[in-house]
Design a protein around this ligand. Structure first.
Ligand SMILES: *Cc1c(COP(=O)(O)O)cnc(C)c1O
Length: 356
């Protein structure tokens, strides 16, 4: 018997979600794919080739290192969101990596080193104050010395459709685009796609929605679940009413109970904050996590579950169709994105549905 849990990643469903988002924006708008942070923890080397085969022609990563690793597995364009690493312009140009130029210094360095010899992307700051050039920095830019493939900005509140910053950022972006006639523009990531067609421009950049995170948090998800996470039961015991479970004795049994201990803990990305909050599934039965989550273990109340369904060695569903990353995020005080990117290295990873 292994202690390992099993993380199953359905590649065909990731491709299906990409097609679903492409259909949402229509044929006039391109759909890129964000595969930063190892495709949100799901394996960029497996995910990106499948999306490339589905027709995706532009991939975004965060760092130069991620871009160089991705270059070994795809031929399509790769953009580096965190920008230009000083002194590395020729590496970007040679490997066909498009730096997202995020300030005047990066734009100047790229213009001096590469000029119009290779394409780059320019990021504008329209109200997030994170990366990109603010409106007042545009005047000093030597635009004629850049070959821009795309001008982009990023929305701060796209998951809250009523938030006034969405319209404000859209207005600022549109105004700044007057400086870039004929150059494709991009504003929307996953949630921005669902703010309506005026947010689509020429290209959208979904990440999370490809991986099954619901881009419209207050409505039914338009995308499919793509992962299933199972943990392995390593012990089952009976405890008397009044006995405590786990660190801090934060759960005390109010009846004679059966407790199953599963070999997954916060070191595997099952966050400690989920203790006494989240649920799992054994067959059709929903089973609550009781007590604190520890580093390598969590505990379940299986009192109501038939004994032959929870024996040592059996698998318990921790994430799936019924209870996914958004639900575990909510119950852990965070978001599905953080659940995905926290999934640890101790699972057996199964990439299924690979059609590439
Ligand atoms: C991460 C990121 C995206 C993708 O965002 P999702 O919400 O995961 O779709 C798009 N653009 C930028 C600039 C990003 O940093």
């Amino acid at each position: 018997m292994s202690h390992k849990g099993v993380l199953t990643i359905q590649l065909d469903r990731i491709a299906g979600n990409w097609r679903r988002l492409s259909a949402e924006v229509g044929a006039q708008c391109r759909t890129a794919a964000v595969v930063k942070a190892d495709a949100y923890g799901l394996g960029a080397d497996r995910v990106a080739p499948v999306l490339e085969a589905a027709g995706c022609g532009l991939f975004f990563v965060a760092t130069l290192e991620e871009a160089l690793a991705l270059r070994r597995v795809i031929a399509a364009d790769i953009a580096v969101l965190n920008g230009l690493v000083p002194g590395a312009s020729s590496t970007y140009a040679q490997q066909r990596l498009l730096p997202v130029l995020n300030d005047g210094a990066q734009a100047g360095e790229w213009a001096a080193a590469i000029g119009r010899g290779a394409r780059a992307i320019l990021q504008l700051d329209t109200g997030m104050s994170r990366l990109g050039l603010p409106p007042e920095a545009l005047a000093a830019l030597a635009l004629e010395r850049l070959d821009l493939a795309l001008v982009m900005s990023h929305l701060a509140c796209a998951d809250e459709p009523e938030h006034p910053l969405n319209a404000r950022q859209h207005g600022r972006f549109t105004a700044m685009l007057a400086r870039f006639p004929g150059i494709p523009a991009s504003l929307a990531a996953s949630s921005g796609i669902f703010l309506g067609s005026r947010f689509h421009f020429d290209l959208v950049r979904p990440g999370a929605a490809l991986y099954g995170v619901n881009p419209v948090p207050n409505a039914a998800s338009p995308v499919a679940t793509v992962i299933r996470l199972e943990g392995r039961i390593i012990q089952v015991r009976e405890i008397d009413s009044g006995e405590a479970v786990g660190y801090g004795a934060s759960f005390v049994a109010s009846r004679r109970s059966r407790v199953a201990t599963v070999a997954v803990g916060y070191a595997d990305g099952y966050l400690r904050a989920a203790g006494n909050q989240s649920i799992t599934y054994i067959g059709e039965h929903s089973v609550p996590v009781i007590g604190r989550v520890s580093m390598d273990l969590l505990t379940l109340d299986v009192t109501e579950i038939p004994r032959d369904m929870c024996r040592p060695g059996d698998l318990v569903e921790l994430l799936g169709e019924r209870y996914g990353v958004d639900a575990l995020g909510r119950d852990s005080g965070t978001i599905g994105y953080e659940i995905l990117t926290s999934l640890g290295s101790r699972y057996e990873r199964v990439h299924a549905g690979d059609l590439a």
